[in-house]
Design a protein around this ligand. Structure first.
Ligand code: ZN
Length: 133
């Protein structure tokens, strides 16, 4: 099956090895994509363990689960990135996640996310949600 993150690759060749812990996302964007796929598959532990320890306390596992489960994830679009490459220590990713909410209403989650790499591992630090009309 095609990956949830809309990369055009198979899930098994894209986000699944990251979510299963077999491989480490090499870039901020691949980590971002795998976190979206983790929402689509309701893998809350993956979302938490890829959130930086300094900000993890701000993300409530119950709320993550609720949002992931009650939404029907439609597609992910990466709008822009800065740094976040294999040789970088930080990076940003701007993305739009399209989903149907629990009332089957289409929603767009537009966010600028910050990422850091520590000991060869990328982490999501925090994000700024952009309000869309
Ligand atoms: Zn993917």
């Amino acid at each position: 099956m095609n990956c949830y993150c809309c990369s055009g690759q198979k899930f098994a060749d894209c986000c699944q090895p990251f979510i299963n812990g077999i491989a480490k996302p090499p870039t901020a964007e691949t980590l971002m994509r795998s976190r979206y796929s983790a929402y689509a598959t309701v893998d809350v532990p993956y979302i938490l363990r890829t959130t930086h320890p300094s900000t993890r306390k701000f993300y409530e596992p119950q709320l993550i689960r609720q949002w992931a489960e009650s939404s029907s994830w439609q597609k992910l679009e990466i709008w822009s990135t800065t740094l976040g490459g294999v040789r970088d220590k930080r990076g940003t990713v701007e993305f739009k996640a399209y989903y149907l909410d629990s009332d089957q209403q289409p929603q767009i989650h537009h966010e600028f996310s910050n990422f850091v790499k520590e000991l060869g591992k990328w982490f999501f630090v925090d994000g700024k949600v952009v309000k869309t009309l």
